[in-house]
Every structure is written in structure tokens, then in C-alpha cells.
Design a protein around this ligand. Sequence first.
Ligand code: C5P
Length: 223
Amino acid sequence: MHKINIAIDGPAGSGKSTVAKEVAAKLSYLYIDTGAMYRSLTFRALQAQVSEQDEQSLIELLKEMEITLEQQSDGEVQVLVNGERLGEEIRSQIVTAKVSEVSAHRKIREEMVARQQQLAKQKGVVLDGRDIGTYVLPGAELKIYMDASVEERAKRRHLENMEKQRPSDITTTKEALKRRDRLDRERPIAPLQQAGDAVLVDTTNQTIEEVVARICRIAREKE
Ligand code: C5P
């Protein structure tokens, strides 16, 4: 048995992070939330009043950021920037609204992809994001593309917001989701798309448990 790398891509709300976390726990792999890395930079840019359009200032900011993803015993991921813990603030509406613009810049993506590839070198990692199977780990042994209808994804995100006591309403959530998906799919550099060799998993009518079990089964066959 040898450890493999698992790439999970898909649009917002498709269930990627929940599934990736559980798959990693079941296989004793490391979970790497690449979205949290782009969110951390966006949060820092907002703090430093750097515009999401200002690629040069953003890359300078990123070069000064050591981003560490710490896995907690409950499987959750704690993000640290230069040793300082970031929590819910990276999931705020304002960060979510700006993150796709920040992550569309070439220099930002090159730096993030290099860092993510470094983290994946050890093998036995599950990465989730938008460009993992296509750009970050084109050689990953297992690639999954997760999708679900936009109605279902908006419903899930809205419920998650309510559970975490974030302000939310279903119509705004759906519109914000559609906008972010459009930006992520249409950007010129590393747009969100299914890798040719990725397994498509439509989660609209499937439970998390079913999806996790299916991915673990395929992963074990490849180990
Ligand atoms: O997965 P999450 O919703 O936290 O990702 C936030 C944003 O970060 C995405 O909408 C996308 O713009 C960007 N992202 C990316 N590439 C990744 C992961 C996230 O461009 N690998």
C-alpha cells in the first residue's frame, strides 16, 4: 500500500470541503483547504486596504505571509498567518465577495500553486479547490470533480450560514454563489473546470456519507 494524492475540485457549495475533510480523516491523510489560503490573503488585503485589483501590492503582501494550515483533532482546519490564528473572519461576506478577484491574478496563483505543490510532496494529502486536478496536481492519482445544482448549493450554503449564525438569506446567497462561480469559471488563468481524467460526482441527491464512501473506495483501490 502506498499513499496517494487526491484532488477535489468543484464550484462553491458542492460539498468539497466537508467531503475532503472526512475522506482525509478516514484514510488518515492530511486535508489541505486551498480556498482558505486565498481567503487569508483576501482578508489581509482588506485589513491593509490593498485593492483586489492591485496585483503587485497583493503579491508583496502574500510574500510576507507564511500561511500554515493546522489540522485539529476534530478534522477542522485552523489557519495561521505568521503564527496568528485566523478564524471565521476568512468566511465573512466581504471576504467571500472579494476572493475571486484576488485569486484571478497570475502572480498570486503562481505563488499559491507553488506553496500547495510543496505541501503535497509528502503524499497522502487531500486538496480541495478549483484548479487542483488541472494545475496544482495534474499527476494526482485520484481526481474528483464535485458538482450539484445551483439551487441545492445555495440551500446548503444558506443553512450553513444560519447554523454558524452568519447573516444570510437564500436569494442573496444564490446570487453571490452564481457570481463567484462565473468569475472562477471564466477567468483566463486556471479557470474552474473538470480535469479530463476526473471522476464526476454529482452530490445533488447524495448524502455526504455516500459520497465519502465512494471516494474512499476508489482511493483504496489505488493505494
Ligand atoms: O473553496 P472556497 O469557497 O473557500 O474558495 C474561495 C475562493 O478561492 C474561490 O471562489 C476561488 O475564487 C478561490 N480559489 C481558487 N483556487 C483554489 C481554491 C480557491 O481560485 N484552488
